[in-house]
Design a protein around this ligand. Structure first.
Ligand code: GDP
Length: 468
C-alpha cells in the first residue's frame, strides 16, 4: 500500500472517534441543561446519544474491517517482522562489540529514585542514547531497588560479551569522540541534550515506520523494551505459570487502575465505572464482528480494594486480578524483591491484552502499551486513556501540524491557520485538545481533528555494516 492510503485509513479511524467525542460531550451538556430548563427535550437528547453511539461503533468497525479486506494484511505482518528483525539485529551488534577492551561505552545506572515503569523508561532512554552515539550500553544494576542482585538475574544481560565498565578514558556526558567511557546522567539533568531523545525516531527508518505504524515513537520504545526485557528462563516460567494459573485468555481487556500515592499528586481520581464504560464500549464494538462468550478483563492495580469493588459491581464480567499482587504494590513494599514479580506479571498481562484502558499519566500503563506494540503490526489505537495522551518522560515538545484552519467560535478556542505548528498539552477527549500555537504563542483549545502529529526524526547512525 502507499503511505497516503495507510495514513488516510488511520486518520479516518481516529477522527471518527474524535467526531463522537465531540458530539457525545456536546449532547451530555445539552442533556444537563435540558433537565433544568427544557425537560421535554431530554428524551430527544437521550435518543440521539443512544443511536449516535451505534453509528459511531458501526463506522469504527467498518474502518477496522477495511484493513482486513484491503489485501495488505500480509504485507503489514511481514513489514512489522522485517522492521523488528532489522533493529533487533542492530541492537545485538551494538551490544556485542568485537573487542570490549577498546569498545566505546555508555554507562547507565539503574538507580533512579522512582518506580518500576519509570526505571524501565530510564533504561530505554539510556539505550536510545547508546544507539544514537554508537556506544555499547553498560547497565549498572547491582543493588537495584527492585532486585538487589541486579537486573541480570531477572532479564538477559544487555550484552553477552561486554559488561566491563572500564576503559582508558572516562568522562561524564557528553565526552568527545575520543572518550572511551561516558557516564550518562538521568534524562532530567542531561545537558547538552542530544537529538536522539523522544519523540524522535531514527531518520533512516522513518519512511517505513510512518507507513506501518500510527505512532512510530511508541513502536521504537517497544522495540527497545523487547530487547531489554528478554526474560531469563526462570522469569519466563513465572510469567507463563501466572498466566495459566489466572486463566488468561482472549478476548480480554487490560485495565490498569493507578491509585494510592499517585492520586491527587500526579493524577486525578477516576472511579471504576469510568474504566468499565470504556471496556463496555470496546466489547460492544467487538460484538459487531464476533460473538463474545464472556466479557473478560485483566485488572491490575496498586490498590487491592479496587479488585473487590470491581468484582462486586461487575459480576457479569469475568475479572482476572490478584489482590495479593496489588498488596505488594503498596508503597511500603513497592520497591522490593517481593513486589518485582507482581509488577512484571501485571505489565505482561496488560501488554498481552487485546485492548488497554488506563491512565497514561502512569508509567506502568505506558510501558504495557509500548510492549503491546511488539505483538501487532500496529497497536497504536488499542487503548483508551482516561487522562493524558501518550508521552515519554523528559521528551522534547510534542508538536502537531494543523491540516485545517480554525476560526474560534467560543471563548478559549484557538485561531489556527493550516500549516501552523501546535505543541500539544493534552486531549480533553471532547473533540478538543489544548496546546500552544507556535506561530501566535496562544495557549488555547483547538479541534483535535484539525491537526496531525509531526513525526520527529533524528540522524541516528544507520548501522550499514549490519544490514547486509
Ligand atoms: P507511575 O508512578 O504510575 O507513573 O509508575 P511507576 O512505575 O514509576 O511507579 C509506580 C509503582 O507502583 C510501580 O512501579 C509498581 O511498583 C507499583 N504499581 C503501580 N501500579 C501497579 C499495578 O497495577 N500492579 C503492581 N503490581 N504494581 C503497581
Amino acid at each position: 500500500p502507499n503511505s497516503e492510503y495507510e495514513l488516510l485509513r488511520r486518520r479516518i479511524y481516529s477522527n471518527t472517534k474524535e467526531f463522537w467525542y465531540f458530539i457525545h460531550s456536546g449532547l451530555l451538556d445539552l442533556e444537563k441543561k435540558a433537565h433544568e430548563s427544557a425537560p421535554e427535550i431530554v428524551d430527544s437528547v437521550k435518543y440521539l446519544l443512544s443511536l449516535g453511539v451505534e453509528h459511531k461503533r458501526s463506522l469504527l468497525h467498518d474502518i477496522d474491517q477495511l484493513a482486513e479486506v484491503d489485501g495488505y494484511a500480509t504485507w503489514r505482518e511481514k513489514e512489522a517482522n522485517d522492521l523488528s528483525g532489522l533493529v533487533q539485529k542492530r541492537f545485538h551488534f551494538l551490544q556485542n562489540p568485537a573487542d570490549c577492551k577498546t569498545a566505546k561505552k555508555l554507562i547507565c545506572s539503574l538507580n533512579k529514585g522512582c518506580g518500576y515503569g519509570c526505571q524501565l523508561h530510564h533504561a530505554v532512554y539510556c539505550f536510545m542514547v547508546a544507539y544514537g552515539t554508537k556506544r555499547t550500553l553498560i547497565l549498572k544494576s547491582k543493588g537495584w531497588r527492585y532486585h538487589k542482585a541486579g537486573w541480570e538475574e531477572i532479564f538477559k544481560p544487555v550484552s553477552d560479551t561486554c559488561v566491563d565498565p572500564s576503559g582508558k578514558s572516562v568522562s561524564n556526558w557528553p565526552g568527545n569522540s575520543e572518550t572511551q567511557v561516558v557516564n550518562l546522567p538521568i534524562i532530567d539533568s542531561l545537558s547538552p541534550r542530544p537529538p536522539f531523545l523522544p519523540l524522535a525516531i531514527p531518520e533512516d527508518l522513518a519512511p517505513r515506520l510512518t507507513r506501518l505504524h500510527g505512532d512510530p515513537i511508541v513502536w521504537w520504545v517497544g522495540q527497545i523494551l523487547k530487547f531489554l526485557l528478554r526474560p531469563q528462563p526462570q522469569t519466563a516460567a513465572v510469567m507463563q505459570e501466572t498466566m495459566t494459573h489466572m486463566g488468561f485468555k482472549r478476548p480480554i481487556v487490560g485495565v490498569h487502575v493507578r491509585r494510592t500515592d499517585k492520586v491527587g499528586t500526579e493524577a486525578a481520581y477516576h472511579g471504576i465505572e469510568e474504566y468499565m464504560t470504556a471496556v463496555d464500549e470496546y466489547y460492544k464494538e467487538l460484538e459487531l464482528k464476533t460473538s463474545v462468550d464472556k466479557r473478560r478483563i485483566y485488572l491490575a492495580t496498586d490498590d487491592p480494594k479496587v479488585i473487590a469493588d470491581a468484582k462486586s459491581k461487575y459480576s457479569h464480567y469475568e475479572i482476572l486480578g490478584d489482590p495479593s499482587i496489588s498488596k505488594t504494590a503498596a508503597i511500603s513494599t513497592r520497591y522490593s524483591d517481593s513486589s518485582l514479580f507482581g509488577i512484571i506479571n501485571d505489565i505482561n498481562m496488560l501488554a498481552m491484552s487485546d485492548y488497554l484502558v488506563c491512565t497514561f499519566s502512569s508509567q506502568v500503563c505506558r510501558v504495557a502499551y509500548e510492549i503491546m506494540q511488539t505483538y501487532y503490526p500496529d497497536a497504536s489505537s488499542r487503548f483508551r486513556s482516561l487522562d493524558d495522551v501518550y508521552y515519554y518522560g523528559g521528551q522534547n515538545p510534542h508538536n502537531t501540524i494543523a491540516v485545517l484552519s480554525h476560526e474560534p467560535r467560543k471563548n478559549g478556542e484557538m485561531s489556527v491557520v493550516a500549516g501552523d505548528l501546535i505543541g500539544v498539552a493534552g486531549n480533553h477527549w471532547n473533540g478538543f485538545s489544548k496546546g500552544r500555537n507556535l506561530r501566535t504563542n496562544q495557549i488555547a483549545l483547538y479541534p483535535s481533528f484539525k491537526v496531525k502529529d509531526k513525526i520527529e526524526t533524528a540522524k541516528f547512525p544507520t548501522y550499514a555494516e549490519v544490514d547486509k
